[in-house]
Design a binder for this molecule. Structure first.
Ligand code: SF4
Ligand code: SF4
Length: 355
């Protein structure tokens, strides 16, 4: 578990509490085997006071203890050393990729090696947690099921969304351990000899995004109503923590990775809560893919090489622009240098320029 970057043994956040209001705090803690941190968080330094002296009902007491336990469990399930290593590594890697993208230096030759390096760093070595997806998912589940907001997770979420605000989905493109794995599988197929091992498809964004929104709404509703974490059952990021993957988990991971041969990043487009949240923030990104219509020859090579329908929508300035992963494939294929990853608004194309 330690090796694969998973949390240490989980602390039960919702144990059956045995409450006797006549007991002292110390006796209550012993009876229920509660950690000292939880006892002092809820009762302060009052170990000899009786529970009925705090002016709380049994229900209030139970709620306070369970919230504090959930907080404690969350804190103790993290590998803080790896987390403290992972964020600076992310920043350095993303900064390098930002420069390479702007300089059009991500080539067909080096792209897959860069993906492999990202998978090795952020998945194999630094583990499944944290991840951009996990920050959104856990923030929702913790609040829905325990009523708590865990500040470190909210900070991580804010940092991830800030990267989207600055540089589109660069974090998804180059830093997300599971997103990059899907990307690599897709590209290995498309780069295989004789036009790829299997034919690849670009499903309409309206379909994929509708499924993603429905999944997000369903998962959130289930968390609030039944206190059940649906994503936890199928979480594909656990591939980097194989000791905890269930049979259902392996089946789902196998399906997603198999599907990645045929369509671009199926988990990101169909299910990922961060995929959806990030897509909303993308609309305000400072750096994004832009087209210079003065020099564009309208060959549409960029739209063809884009692994999704994003470039076609950007080129034609359609109302809805699908997720752009800032992968830079479109930049590199353009022979007139008309595509850039830059600041400023996207212009409208001249009428009738594209079919
Ligand atoms: S959208 Fe894809 S790349 Fe982005 S966080 Fe989700 S799984 Fe990772
Ligand atoms: S190829 Fe598509 S996904 Fe990649 S940067 Fe261009 S528009 Fe975005």
């Amino acid at each position: 578990m330690q090796l694969w970057g998973g949390g240490e043994e989980k602390i039960e956040a919702n144990p059956q509490l045995n409450i006797n209001m006549e007991q002292t705090v110390a006796e209550f803690g012993q009876t229920n085997d509660l950690p000292n941190e939880v006892i002092s968080e809820v009762f302060g330094d009052n170990s000899q006071k009786r529970l009925n002296e705090f002016g709380l009902t049994e229900t209030q007491l139970r709620d306070n203890i369970q919230k504090s336990l959930a907080f404690y469990a969350e804190e103790n399930s993290k590998n803080w050393v790896k987390i403290a290593t992972k964020f600076p590594t992310w920043f350095i890697f993303l900064a390098v990729m930002f420069v390479l993208t702007r300089q059009k230096a991500v080539t067909k030759k080096n792209r897959n090696y860069l993906y492999a390096l990202s998978i090795l760093l952020f998945g194999v070595l630094l583990g499944s947690d944290p991840s951009p997806m996990g920050t959104v998912k856990d923030a929702i589940v913790l609040f829905a099921t325990q009523g708590i907001i865990f500040p470190p997770r909210m900070i991580a979420l804010a940092v991830f969304l800030l990267t989207v605000f600055v540089a589109n989905k660069a974090i998804c493109s180059w830093g997300c351990q599971f997103g990059v794995l899907q990307d690599l599988i897709f590209r290995l197929n498309s780069r295989a000899k004789k036009g790829g091992w299997f034919r690849q498809y670009k499903p309409p964004f309206i379909v994929t995004n509708t499924i993603r929104v429905a999944f997000f709404v369903g998962f959130t509703t289930i968390a609030f109503i039944w206190a059940f974490d649906l994503v936890e059952q199928i979480d594909p990021f656990k591939i980097y923590n194989p000791a905890i993957v269930t049979a259902i988990g392996w089946t789902f991971i196998g399906l997603i990775l198999g599907l990645s041969l045929f369509i671009y990043r199926p988990w990101c487009h169909l299910f990922c809560p961060f995929g959806l949240t990030g897509w909303l923030v993308e609309h305000f990104s400072i750096f994004k893919i832009k087209v210079n219509y003065d020099t564009c020859s309208a060959c549409e090579s960029c739209a063809k090489v884009c692994p999704s329908t994003a470039m076609e929508a950007i080129l034609k300035r359609e109302k809805t622009i699908p997720d752009c992963f800032s992968c830079s494939s479109c930049i590199n294929v353009c022979t007139t240098n008309s595509i850039s990853f830059s600041t400023g608004k996207r212009n409208m194309p001249p009428v009738g320029k594209y079919k």
